[in-house]
Structures are given as structure tokens and as C-alpha cells.
Write a protein that binds this ligand. Structure first.
Ligand code: 3H9
Length: 696
């Protein structure tokens, strides 16, 4: 194999090239190559070197695939120290993204030039780590303690202009990376500049109060994560010590974090979200063209889908039932786009152009005749959906993809209303659709491969994370949700309060607890679902009815100021309502239940067991392809804590036998609800875990 790092001479300038596709990660061969190239430069007559990378990006970091294995020498901090210690200057050229170890290589170089569109960042916290090759030590010395800590605790990618303002780079260039490097190197030669080592700089004085404020903000925001504050500690301690001592502190923290379950969970999430996006069965399948999207329904969901498409450069035709509703939908979209302008995500003139040229709102289905793909987002009723698809079948051009955004209903039954079931699939967006990253792509019985591939192509165009799901009530996400929500309701019936359950789950790391989520989604949604399922409900099923009582009292959640919680000026995020406890107490009394106390650990154990058990059923039945698809669904659509990797990864962590034991113990009092998933039993018998099903 060709060496991924080469050295060549261009007159007085040496060029060190890194070429390790796809993202020039610093695996062992790159680390060895960098040391060898630096040595070649040191021994050469060249006076300055350019360090540049080939392909779409500069070095995107350490090779994450090597994490968890025994590290091989030379280690990246030593490689960077080797480059920095050279007696002749090295100019690093950044294009694409210089992330993690890539940013640290740049910090170890003597000068940095960024080409147009380049970004730099230290995103190790997204992997449960801190920078481990000098990032916490060199960055504060170069740009100051507070901006440095902000950068590596947020993990954000900093654009080239801001890099220049921060002093992270010395110059910007409009040229191609190689030319930009050569030009800067020539100026170094012309000006007779020597080496300039960041490690020899002093950290500029900073205000202790600013540091404390940053620490508090980070602790609040990163609740549950262990790495962020560790990074700040290393930077602050190292900033007061000689550089080499600071490096030892950083190294220790990095290795401590490398051993944590959080690091393993977050790296599982990183690779899983990439795996769900590329289905092996779709390799070589060409998606249909995607340029013009139809959306039916301009409510919260349809409007959000339209915004998402518009922001991605797609044309949108949105249909509502009459002109008034169509105008209302347009106004809603215009407002959402105005919010994007306010947040600096969209230019004002671009918004005007999108509304004028890319969006059509109409009450006439015939306007959908030429769309490439249409997404139905109307009221969640099978009769209404069947009517819509009958119309679409009559109007849409041949080859158009017909998608339903239903979150529960049978896509096969919907497809059967058309003469082209091969063109029908489910595209289940999450609300707000222009913000939420998850897109469940429901592969119905007759969906053609290129139609499925078009669903994935749409997800890519919209920058969403796609997960393939099979047809069942609720697909992957909502089907599993219905089970852990029921497990929560059972605990409430038995004596826990919804507020205790919410608090325990937020402490576990969820963005919100299930009852706060119910208030946000609307108590009416749960009520309607219960109504829909009532005719087929098994008499053995236990379920809570206080949600119906809340519904009948007009307590529909946040939108009416009351649900499980009270939302008012005093507590905009909600405070527990004692009246809800009374309603629940009445239900317990009527059902002859004597309430008992629940420990926090018991709540987590039961809630997670219900989630994992249903996740295993979903995988066992082929509704989800692999356990990792369940993990990605829960991480991106349901606020599951990323530092726990998803429910199936978490199950592996606590042990599948432990989970099965909880399920069996619960089954002693309710063997209707707690039926162990056959896949879970099989894996326990075989001594395997879920991750063994993720390979391939
Ligand atoms: C670190 O640096 C620690 C140091 O401080 C200390 C060390 C001692 N390694 O995302 P994409 C793969 S920690 C291995 O689809 P994009 C990725 O899996 C690291 N592989 O492309 C995918 O493979 P496949 C800090 C990596 O254009 C392919 O490359 N750095 C790595 O949408 C394309 O990736 C980070 O956290 C890696 N580091 O986005 C940066 N990175 O084709 C992580 C990517 O088989 N990376 N791959 O599915 C990213 O954020 C994005 O990949 C990037 C490109 C923005 C670079």
C-alpha cells in the first residue's frame, strides 16, 4: 500500500502531504508517516515546510476505529511534539475540517493558513473524550483560556473567518490548499521568520468570574456527561504549569475518559448513525430524481416538512383543503423561515426568494401532477389517508414516489388504495420536522428498492438521519414508546407519581420525562390513540385512565396551560399539579390498588426493561434491521441520552441476563404485558449481546 504521508521538495520549500481517505484520520500509518516526513524535512536543505492534506478535508482527527485497542507508538501527542520541535518552520494548510487530532496537528505547526470554507474544532466531547494531543494545553495558550474552553466543551466547528478573529489561524486564502500553503511558506521565507511554538507561549490573563460562569453553564447543559468539566480542569491546571506538566494532566484525563462506558456509548452512537444511512441492500440502486416535493397538509407537521425541504433547496407544492387553510399554511411557513433569519441561519433575501419562487400553496390536488415525491401529512385517520392516496394515484405522474407521514398506520393498507403500491412508502418525520434529525423510512411490503433508495436520498438532501423500519403499529420508535410509556403508567397506578418518574428519567439523562413529553405533544394525542386502540384492546391489558380525565377537563397540556403540569408565567416549563395526583388517587381507589413507594432505581430498571424488551421484539421481527437502528431511532427521535448509546447498547452494558431477570420478575404479577422477547431469551442462552447483531 502507498504510504499515506509523503515528503517532496519544491525548491526551498518542502511539502508534507497526508493522503489517507476518506477523512485523513491519524491512524498508526499516518502517525509513523508524519514522523518520517518531519525527519526528512529536518535533514533536507529546504527551509520551510508546508503540511497539507489531500482529498475533501484536512485531518478529521484521530482514527476512532483504533479506540478501545492497545494504542501503538508513536502516539499522536509525541508526533505533534516532534513536528513542533523542528528547528525550521512548518506551515499547516487547513481545508475542509481540521477536527480533534487534526486541529491539534495544526496547533503543533508553527503557522496556520485556512482556505475558504475551512472549519476547525475540537469535537472530542461528542465522543465522551477531551482533546488528548495537546488541545487543552496549546489552544488556551494561542487564543486565551475562555474561548479555548468554550471551543472544546461545545465541540463546535469554528468557521475560517472566526478562526482568524480568534487568532487560531494566521491567514485566510481563496486559493487551493497546496497553492495557499506555498504562498504562505514563501512569505515566511521572504520575511525570514523562524519557528513559533505555541507550547512556548504563556496563557493570557483571564477573569476567574468568566471561567466560573462558563463552568456553571457547561455543568447545567451537559448534565450527566463526565468529560466536559474534566477538559476545563486540565486546561486550567496546565495553564499554570510548564507545558510538559500540563500535557501529563491532559493525558491522564484522556486515558481515564477512554475507559468510561460513556466513551464507548458515544462512539457506538457515532458509527451507528452512519450505518443506518447506508443500507447494504440498496448498494447500486439508483434513487429516482428529487427536485419537486408535494406536501399535503399545512399543519405543524406538514409545514415543518415543507420548511425542511425549502431550506434544502427543493421546490415545494403544499396542498390544503381550501384557500384560507392554504394561506394559513403559507403564513406559518413564512414565520418559521423568518425565525431562521432571526437566528442567523438564513439570509433575509434568500427567505424572500424561497417564498416567491420555491413554494406554491394551493387547495387543488391537480397542482401535484408534476411533483417527484409527495408526502401526505394529514389527520391521522385511515379513512382520510385512503382518500388522499386514491386522489394521488389519479393525479401524480408515473414514477412519482407517494409517501405517508403516518406515525402508526398500516402503510400496506394505504398502498393498497393505489394501482402503484411499489411507489408507496412511509416517511415518518418528527416534530418540529425542520429541526428533528430523525426520519423513519418505512419499507412497505411492495415498496420498490429504488423507491426506498429515494427515501434515503431525500433524508440525505434534508440532512436527516434515516432509519429503515418495517410496517407495524408505530414502526420502530412509537411502537417501543407505547411499551415504556405503559410501563410508566403501570408504576403510576401502583403508587409512583408522574413527577417522580419524569424527574428520575431526566436524572438518567433523558431530555424530558414521558409525562412532560405528553404535555408537549398534547394530551389529546394520547387520548385519540387510546380511543383508536380501544376496540382491539385485550381485557388483560392494564392501562391508566387519568389521561382521559385530563382530556375531558380540557387539560390538553402545554397548549392549554395545564396537563400533568401547570404552565404559567411563574413556571413556563411547568410545575407539578397536585390536582393530577388527586385524579390518579381516585383511579387507584376505584381499581382497588393500594399505592406503594417506588425507589428511583426501580423506576429506571422497569422503564428500561420495557424499552429493551420491545426493542428486542422489533429487531427479532425484522421491523428494525439491527439493534443499532433501535438505538439511533431513540437517540434522535426520543431524547435518549447519547452518553448511554441508546437502549440496546445500554442493555449490553448492564447485561442482557439482568434485563431478562427484571422482565421475568415483573411477569410474575403481569404475564400479559411482560412477555420476554424471544430474541432476548435466545441471546441470553447463547451468551451473546445485542452488539453481536450489529456487525456487517
Ligand atoms: C481525536 O481526534 C482525539 C485526539 O484529540 C487525541 C488522540 C490521541 N476516524 O461523517 P462521514 C469515517 S477524536 C475514523 O460520513 P462527512 C466515517 O465513519 C476524533 N473514521 O462524512 C465514514 O466512514 P464510512 C475527533 C472516521 O463528510 C467516513 O469517514 N474527530 C473518522 O459527512 C466519512 O465520514 C471527530 O470527532 C475518524 N476520526 O463528515 C471527527 N471521521 O464511509 C469525526 C470520519 O465507512 N468525523 N470517519 O461510513 C466527523 O465529524 C465527520 O466524519 C466529518 C466528515 C465532518 C469529518
Amino acid at each position: 500500500m502507498d504510504t499515506p504521508v509523503t515528503y517532496e521538495a519544491h525548491g526551498e520549500i518542502g511539502v508534507i502531504r497526508v493522503n489517507n481517505p476518506p477523512v485523513n484520520a491519524t491512524g498508526i500509518a499516518v502517525r509513523q508517516g508524519l514522523v518520517a516526513a518531519a525527519d526528512q524535512f529536518a535533514a533536507s536543505p529546504q527551509k520551510v515546510a508546508v503540511l497539507v492534506a489531500e482529498g475533501r478535508t484536512f485531518i478529521a482527527g484521530a482514527d476512532i476505529k483504533e479506540f478501545g485497542q492497545t494504542p501503538k507508538e508513536p502516539h499522536l501527542p509525541d508526533v505533534i511534539a516532534h513536528i513542533e520541535a523542528l528547528e525550521k518552520p512548518v506551515v499547516c494548510v487547513i481545508h475542509g475540517t481540521a477536527l480533534g487530532g487534526g486541529c491539534e496537528v495544526a496547533l503543533g505547526s508553527h503557522y496556520r493558513v485556512a482556505v475558504k470554507g475551512a472549519r476547525m474544532g475540537l469535537p472530542e466531547v461528542n465522543l465522551g473524550l477531551i482533546p488528548g494531543a495537546g488541545g487543552t494545553q496549546r489552544l488556551p495558550r494561542l487564543i486565551g483560556m475562555i474561548p479555548a474552553c468554550e471551543m472544546f466543551t461545545s465541540g463546535r466547528q469554528v468557521g475560517a473567518e472566526e478562526c482568524l478573529q480568534l487568532g487560531l489561524v494566521d491567514a485566510l486564502s481563496d486559493k487551493a490548499p497546496f497553492d495557499a500553503g506555498m504562498e504562505f511558506a514563501q512569505s515566511v521565507l521572504d520575511q525570514g521568520k523562524g519557528v513559533r511554538r505555541v507550547s512556548e507561549m504563556e496563557v493570557a490573563p483571564y477573569d476567574e468570574a468568566d471561567l466560573q460562569a462558563l463552568k456553571s453553564a457547561v455543568a447545567r447543559k451537559q448534565r450527566g456527561h463526565v468529560c466536559h468539566l474534566r477538559g476545563i480542569e486540565a486546561a486550567v491546571a496546565g495553564g499554570k504549569l510548564p507545558f510538559a506538566e500540563g500535557m501529563k494532566i491532559e493525558r491522564q484525563a484522556f486515558w481515564d475518559l477512554m475507559q468510561t462506558p460513556q466513551r464507548a456509548a458515544m462512539i457506538h452512537a457515532f458509527f451507528s448513525e452512519r450505518k443506518t444511512a447506508s443500507l447494504p441492500e440498496l448498494k447500486g440502486v439508483t434513487p429516482r430524481p428529487l427536485d419537486h416535493i408535494g406536501v399535503i397538509g399545512g399543519g405543524t407537521m406538514g409545514g415543518g416538512i415543507a420548511v425542511s425541504c425549502l431550506l434544502s433547496g427543493l421546490k415545494v407544492t403544499l396542498i390544503e383543503r381550501d384557500t384560507e387553510a392554504a394561506q394559513k399554511a403559507r403564513d406559518g411557513i413564512a414565520k418559521t423561515l423568518a425565525d431562521s433569519v432571526k437566528r442567523g441561519k438564513l439570509k433575509a433575501d434568500k427567505r424572500e426568494a424561497l417564498l416567491a419562487d420555491a413554494l406554491v400553496t394551493s387547495d387543488n390536488y391537480n397542482s401535484l401532477a408534476e411533483v417527484d415525491l409527495v408526502i401526505e401529512a394529514v389527520f391521522e385517520s385511515m379513512e382520510v389517508k385512503k382518500d388522499v392516496f386514491t386522489k394521488l394515484d389519479a393525479i401524480c405522474k408515473q414514477g412519482a414516489v407517494l409517501a405517508s407521514n403516518t406515525s402508526y398506520l398500516d402503510i400496506d393498507a394505504i398502498a393498497a388504495m393505489t394501482k402503484r403500491p411499489q411507489d408507496v412508502l412511509g416517511l415518518h418525520f418528527f416534530s418540529p420536522a425542520h429541526v428533528m434529525k430523525l426520519l423513519e423510512i418505512v419499507d412497505a411490503e411492495k415498496t420498490a428498492p429504488e423507491v426506498l433508495a429515494t427515501g434515503f436520498a431525500l433524508a440525505k438532501a434534508l440532512k436527516k438521519i434515516p432509519v429503515r423500519a418495517g410496517v407495524c403499529d408505530g414502526f420502530i420508535g412509537n411502537r417501543i414508546l407505547s411499551k415504556y410509556r405503559a410501563a410508566g403508567d403501570h408504576m403510576v397506578l401502583e403508587g409512583a407519581s408522574p413527577f417522580q418518574i419524569d424527574k428520575v428519567l431526566v436524572d438518567f439523562g433523558f431530555a424530558m420525562g414521558p409525562y412532560a413529553v405528553a404535555d408537549l405533544a398534547g394530551i389529546d394525542i394520547g387520548y385519540l390513540t387510546r380511543q383508536r386502540l380501544a376496540p382491539t384492546r385485550d381485557p388483560r391489558e392494564r392501562f391508566g385512565e387519568w389521561g382521559d380525565a385530563l382530556y375531558h377537563k380540557g387539560r390538553l397540556g402545554r397548549k392549554t396551560g395545564r396537563g400533568h403540569y401547570i404552565y404559567d408565567e411563574q413556571s413556563p416549563k411547568g410545575r407539578p399539579d397536585p390536582e393530577v395526583e388527586e385524579i390518579i388517587a381516585e383511579e387507584r381507589k376505584a381499581k382497588g390498588i393500594t399505592p406503594r413507594e417506588f425507589t428511583d432505581a426501580e423506576i429506571v430498571e422497569r422503564y428500561m426493561a420495557a424499552m429493551i424488551n420491545e426493542g428486542a421484539k422489533v429487531v427479532g421481527e425484522g421491523i428494525a434491521l439491527r439493534p443499532l437502528d433501535v438505538d439511533v431511532t431513540k437517540l434522535y427521535g426520543y431524547g435518549f441520552p447519547r452518553f448511554r448509546g441508546g437502549p440496546m447498547h445500554y442493555a449490553d452494558h448492564i447485561g442482557l441476563d439482568t434485563v431478562l431477570a427484571t422482565i421475568k420478575a415483573q411477569a410474575q404479577s403481569d404475564d400479559f404485558f411482560w412477555q420476554p422477547a424471544p430474541l432476548l431469551e435466545q441471546l441470553v442462552n447463547e451468551g451473546r449481546n445485542f452488539s453481536s447483531l450489529n456487525e456487517g
